[in-house]
Design a binder for this molecule. Structure first.
Ligand SMILES: *Cc1c(COP(=O)(O)O)cnc(C)c1O
Length: 533
């Protein structure tokens, strides 16, 4: 070995020299700030055409600036979603307290699989999970959980526990032809279909129950489906309820579902299906649980009071859940990946447990400290715990109350302004989150009457399809003429979750995720609607 050349590589890449590192971070921050003077989403166009043909890498060892140069165009060409005009979806700018946490995490690069690889970072995970569990469950007995790669994986953990409850030993023997099923609502996230497929249940055995107009699962239809599945010999492994649907923020009645499941279990002498709650976006309403509406310290508008009261009532229902998915990288404004899977009773994790003998190279693992004994993942990043604890303690409970209440307040305002236009119809007027879904029809059309007829089943099929086409056409018209420096970026969903008469309802969509979005953005949305209608 040419020791001198090796030493050069070690000096440049394995010794911590703060000067070049800090200098490059400054440069990256400067370009981030420069980006903020530009309209969103137009930084640099993609070059997929030759990305695959040109995967060359340097031959000779370089330095940290070579590392910078290798990624810089892609960094610059990526929108950090800092603009207040981004309203497309449940994606926001990450907060800077989370950045401090995430940088600290990257500097040590712990692996949360076992305690011996991550020491106090494992302790931080325990703390972060407990802090989040206390926010959602309140007086829970023995919450426990882990951070995962995302809401999809957190939901998968919930589904898997359900399968093990009704088909004991499936982890080892497989489903072996045992007929199982899972249940969600029609407004549920598609990740539930993903997990049904990946867990071997089969997407065809995931049943989607219609919702009411508030995007809440129909309990009567849920009960009927439970009975029907039981009668046909299928064991129901889980019901994955939605707390905050992705498009329209519908919330399922967790107390009602719990009652149905316990009753079903008692009457038929079968294990109650796992009640997993997908609160990937909706969990953040829990920040408002202790808000005092009487003294109203944050000076929330009168319009907001019923929303906060409804949020408080809804959050009380978390105690009926067996397990919960919570994405801190959504309404916690944390970095990816910061999703938590939390069980209400720690004992339920035994359904996922491996024996230490199943994992020879972690033979000393201890169930109390080593998540690898039950996690899907082996290596596991610690970004989640660092992001969560840095953010929760930096921003604080009241800071989060302001952020969440502000998002709801803006959504409520936009709903009111849109509903005032006779050619428009808000499709989720009663849901309490940051999301607004609506129709825009050509001027002169009575959108409310058309919607009412659709719900009543009296709307002619042809007129229904023409209406849906117009909603889409007007959205595209706005897209074509909008001014990217002034007009908010909205999105379009082909089905917002509520399906009256089995129709998928297309909708314009705005999600108030960015704390910098203000009333002027709303005024301009209304102007742009009036311009295209
Ligand atoms: C975003 C979302 C998911 C998926 O979470 P990821 O973190 O994107 O994997 C699941 N359920 C709901 C309701 C969501 O909004």
């Amino acid at each position: 070995m040419d020791r001198d050349r090796l030493d050069q590589v070690i000096r440049n890449f394995f010794e911590c020299d703060p000067r070049p590192i800090v200098q490059i971070i400054r440069e990256l921050l400067a370009s981030l700030q420069a980006e903020q003077s530009l309209p969103p989403g137009i930084l640099m166009s993609r070059n997929y055409e030759t990305a695959q043909e040109n995967p060359e890498i340097h031959t000779l060892p370089g330095n940290l600036k070579d590392a910078r140069d290798a990624i810089f165009p892609y960094f610059w060409g990526t929108d950090g979603w800092a603009s207040k005009l981004h309203l497309e979806n449940v994606k926001g700018p990450a907060n800077y307290a989370s950045l401090i946490g995430a940088i600290a995490c990257l500097l040590k690069n712990p692996n949360l699989c076992v305690d011996t690889y991550s020491q106090r970072s494992n302790e931080l995970e325990l703390k972060a999970i407990t802090a989040l569990a206390n926010l959602i469950f309140y007086h829970t007995e023995s919450p426990w959980g882990v951070f995962t790669m995302g809401g999809t994986i957190s939901n998968l953990y919930g589904g898997k526990i359900g399968i093990e409850k009704v088909a004991p030993g499936a982890m080892r023997q497989g489903l072996a032809g045992r007929p199982l099923a899972g249940i969600v609502s029609e407004a549920a996230h598609y990740s539930n279909a993903t997990l049904a497929g990946w867990l071997g249940l089969g997407i065809d055995h995931l049943h989607a129950i219609p919702t009411d107009r508030n995007l809440s699962i129909r309990l009567d239809l849920l009960e009927a489906r439970l009975e029907q599945l039981h009668a046909s010999g299928r064991a129901v492994a889980f019901v994955i309820a939605t707390f905050g649907s992705t498009d329209a923020f519908g919330i399922d009645d967790l107390a009602g579902i719990r009652h149905l499941l316990d009753d079903f279990s008692r009457r038929h002498g079968v294990p109650a299906p796992q009640l997993h709650v997908d609160a990937a976006v909706g969990w953040a309403l829990c920040f408002l649980v202790e808000y005092d509406l009487e003294s109203n310290p944050l000076k929330l508008t009168d319009e907001m009071r019923p929303c906060v009261a409804a949020a408080q009532r809804a959050c009380q229902m978390f105690r009926f859940a067996d397990s919960v998915t919570l994405d801190f990288h959504k309404l916690g404004w944390g970095h990816y990946p910061s999703s938590a899977f939390i069980v209400n009773r720690r004992d339920d994790l035994r359904f996922l447990a491996r024996q230490p003998s199943d994992m020879p190279y972690f033979s000393e693992a201890d169930y109390r400290r080593d998540p690898a004994l039950f996690t899907l993942e082996c290596s596991r990043p610690a970004i989640g715990p660092y992001s969560v604890m840095a953010s929760l303690n930096g921003i604080g409970l009241i800071g989060y109350q302001m952020l969440v209440a502000n998002a709801i307040e803006l959504a409520t305002k936009l709903k009111r302004r849109i509903e005032e236009l006779e050619f428009c119809k808000v499709l989720n007027p009663e849901t309490i989150g940051p999301s607004v879904c609506w129709w825009v029809l050509p001027r002169g059309r009575d959108a409310k009457a058309i919607f009412a007829a659709l719900e009543a089943g009296t709307l002619d099929e042809e007129l229904a399809h023409r209406t849906f086409g117009e909603v889409k056409r007007l959205f595209e018209k706005r897209e074509a003429i909008l001014d990217p420096a002034r007009d908010a970026k909205l999105s379009f969903t082909t089905s917002m979750g509520y399906r009256p008469g089995g129709h998928d309802l297309p909708a314009w969509k705005a999600v108030f995720f960015n704390p910098r979005t203000d009333d002027a953005v709303i005024d301009q949305i209304i102007r742009s609607i009036e311009d295209v209608a």
